[in-house]
Design a protein around this ligand. Structure first.
Ligand code: C2E
Ligand code: CA
Ligand code: CA
Length: 573
């Protein structure tokens, strides 16, 4: 071993490795092809099943600590270096640790030539499991390796697909059954997936509970769905075998490679993330295949959220409060108004509340806006009460506001600050909203009742229609949704149902409001149900404050003056 290597002998290199190893996490090595000798940092012998730090008969010894399925690939790569077909050895494969577990390593080395022949290779080995290059739990390569692999194809991605797979509610499983159980589950799913894929498909482990199958051999979305179905079958069988001890489901998002224009790594990963999120958003336990329209809609929604955020920071610019009148049906007198939010922006013009209210809820922006609309409603109510002392104002409140802010306290305090009687404020809550905020609701409900604020159960007849709410919460008003109203007008069965419901509500001493009355005919028909109040385009569309005053308040005030001095409710029209 007297051979000189750039002025150093192999022995001197070995000394250098010994000298450096205590200060390194990585492992240095030298492979002397001429003497078939290998020398590595001593710390590697403690971590892996390596016989000792220096040994001859290299290939034979490698066999004892290289993970068997990876050995042929390693052998072929080293042979190419030794035969001078290439000078760089750069391979990710697995070594066995002291407990015989395969551990991912990245092995790099550079061959040096002496007299034109490869004589030795100097290099470095590092473990890649910690850096998401590979995942030792699932035993798969990690996200970085996927990037490296995909980058080879930039910018022309071959035909095929990416399927991102996620375990639904994995965090909860981990919390409930412990991290070891979670790890076992990941291992199992990785194993199932390995069984489901073909040789020309690659499998990676992404962060925490996600996997990616990459096909670059022309596979289609339908092929991906088949793999997903196989996986689900295996998961179901596993659960059956475990007597449903733990039940979990799996979602998948599928993207065909050619579906992305101007393919970039970042976009591809973002869109694949979107596909899995979409599968989960649609109810989990399913595979979703990418559709450009859905993605455009998602991007639009995201943009709208940004626009809303900006508008809120900009002193609620673009938001406006509209008011829609509510009438007593029996004598056509004005009962009050519902406050409805409106939003317009430069790019999209007027955006429907059906679109922006959910966006406000998802971003929690409904909290500041809920406060804002409360003030708009109370300000309007206070002014209108100068004409009509008994005017009532309704405010819609979302479950997010109840769960995440102290909106109820705020309603009570602000109402008092404005000098409005609490009985003249109605909070409108939907059934689903109450259901979501159940625990909070029962606590707050006492306070609302005690303070005399009214509660309207909104959109009754659309959702769960849990009659027990009528008993438990004793709301003051039940609002029947437009969809129910429209059906009742057209269909006798629905009409009779609504009649019965109205009777029941009245028996409980609650009031009923029919929403969405659009025509004279509809008004005639619902009159037979004897609702207490009614609301709809027929009586008046939502409009800004000034218009509301002109159209509804002033005529009602005039009537109040002339024909019914002293009464609470006012005749209009
Ligand atoms: P909602 O509380 O059920 O409000 C009634 C909706 O029905 C309003 O829609 C109103 O414009 C519409 N409407 C009234 N009469 C008729 C009619 O005769 N025919 C038809 N087809 N529709 C009628 P809008 O203003 O688009 O609001 C939609 C939903 O957005 C509201 O439904 C409410 O759930 C929510 N929303 C609106 N403003 C607020 C708010 O300030 N806070 C919260 N949390 N939600 C709000
Ligand atoms: Ca409402
Ligand atoms: Ca409603």
């Amino acid at each position: 071993m007297e051979q000189h290597l750039n002025n150093m002998t192999i022995d001197q290199f070995c000394e250098l490795i010994d000298f450096l190893h205590p200060s390194m996490d990585d492992y240095l090595y030298i492979y002397d092809f001429v003497h078939d000798f290998f020398y590595i940092s001593e710390n590697a012998t403690k971590r892996f099943k390596i016989p000792r730090k220096g040994f001859h008969n290299v290939m034979q010894n490698l066999e004892t600590f290289v993970y068997e399925p990876d050995f042929n690939e390693l052998e072929a790569d080293l042979l190419a270096v030794k035969q001078n077909h290439k000078t760089v050895h750069n391979l990710q494969y697995r070594w066995l640790d002291q407990e015989n577990n395969p551990v991912w390593i990245n092995c790099r080395g550079y061959a040096n030539l002496i007299n034109g022949k490869p004589a030795y290779m100097l290099g470095c080995i590092n473990e890649i499991g910690n850096r998401q290059i590979a995942d030792n739990i699932s035993g798969l390569l990690g996200e970085t390796s996927l990037y490296d692999f995909l980058a080879n194809y930039y910018p022309d991605m071959p035909k095929g697909f990416l399927m991102r797979i996620g375990i639904d509610d994995f965090k909860e499983i981990n919390e409930k059954h412990g991290a070891d159980y979670g790890d076992g589950l990941l291992k199992k799913v990785a194993e199932f997936l390995s069984d489901c894929i073909q040789d020309n498909q690659k499998l990676y482990s992404l962060h925490v509970d996600e996997f990616m199958i990459l096909d670059i051999s022309g596979g289609t979305s339908a092929d991906a769905v088949r793999i997903y179905r196989q996986l689900r079958k295996k998961v179901e069988l596993l659960q059956e075998a475990n007597q449903y001890e733990v039940v979990f489901t799996i979602s998948a998002g599928i993207l065909e490679n050619h579906q992305i224009d101007n393919w970039t790594l970042l976009d591809t990963m973002k869109i694949s993330e979107f596909t899995l999120n979409e599968a989960k958003r649609r109810g989990k336990n399913q595979a979703y295949s990418f559709q450009k329209e859905d993605y455009d809609e998602f991007l639009k929604q995201r943009e709208i959220k940004q626009i809303l955020q900006k508008a809120v920071s900009n002193n609620f610019e673009g938001f406006e409060a509209y008011f829609q009148p509510l009438f007593h049906l029996e004598n056509h007198t004005l009962y009050g108004a519902e406050t409805l939010m409106r939003f317009r922006c430069e790019k999209y013009g007027e955006i429907s509340p059906a679109e922006f209210i959910p966006a406000l809820e998802e971003t929690d922006l409904i909290i500041p806006l809920g406060r804002w609309i409360l003030h708009q409603g109370l300000t309007a109510c206070k002014k209108i009460q100068e004409w009509i002392p008994d005017f009532r104002i309704s405010i819609n409140v979302s479950s997010i506001q109840i769960m995440k802010s102290d909106i109820i306290d705020e309603i009570v305090n602000t109402t008092e600050d404005y000098g409005i009687h609490t009985s003249q404020v109605v909070i409108e809550l939907t059934e689903s909203g109450i259901l979501e905020s159940d625990a909070h609701m029962s606590k707050l409900w006492g306070k609302i009742k005690e303070k005399g604020i009214r509660l309207a159960l909104d959109d009754f007849g659309t959702g769960y229609s849990n009659f027990h709410y009528l008993y438990d919460l004793q709301p003051d008003i039940i609002k029947i949704d437009r969809t129910f109203t429209a059906k009742a007008v057209e269909n006798d069965y629905e009409y009779n149902l609504l009649s019965l419901m109205s009777g029941m509500v009245h028996n409980l001493n609650l009031k009923i409001c029919i929403e969405g009355v659009e025509t004279e005919e509809e008004k005639q028909r619902i009159q037979g149900i004897s609702p207490d109040y009614s609301q709809g385009f027929y009586f008046g569309k939502p409009c800004p404050y000034d218009q509301f005053v002109e159209k509804f308040v002033k005529p009602a005030a005039a009537q109040l003056q002339s024909s019914h001095p002293g009464t609470d409710d006012v005749q209009v029209g």
